[in-house]
Write a protein that binds this ligand. Sequence first.
Ligand code: AMP
Length: 129
Amino acid sequence: MTIFSKIIAGEIPCYKVAENDRFFAFLDINPVNWGHTLVVPKKETDYLFDIDDEELGEMMIFTKKVAEAIKKAIPCRKVGMAVLGLEVPHAHIHLIPLQNEGDMDFAKKISNPSPEKMMEIAQSIAKFY
Ligand code: AMP
């Protein structure tokens, strides 16, 4: 069971943003920018592009809805999307509110984001989902 499956199962806490029967979205615990969100399929697959066409299509539709909610909740020009998957072997899409291209720099993280602010952000995005 991956760490993301444990989050989905409620065994590990997270700042939940949205969920449907097949996908789950929550804040990245080490955000590169406020509102940095991860979208994951409930079914475990390591590599995003190994997911079958039908599920990947549905995942993109869910991701779009989450991105629209982020755009409403967090002041930004656009919501960027990235796929890394180098750390956690459970496919996921990073959604990141952008003011400029530097906001997509994965080498720069917000240091010690407070639980209160993370909770407030997750709840404000969830309201628009
Ligand atoms: P990568 O697999 O390279 O896309 O990186 C995994 C991402 O998952 C990183 O940005 C981590 O900060 C994030 N991450 C790892 N564990 C957790 C967790 N328990 N809750 C939220 N985000 C996490």
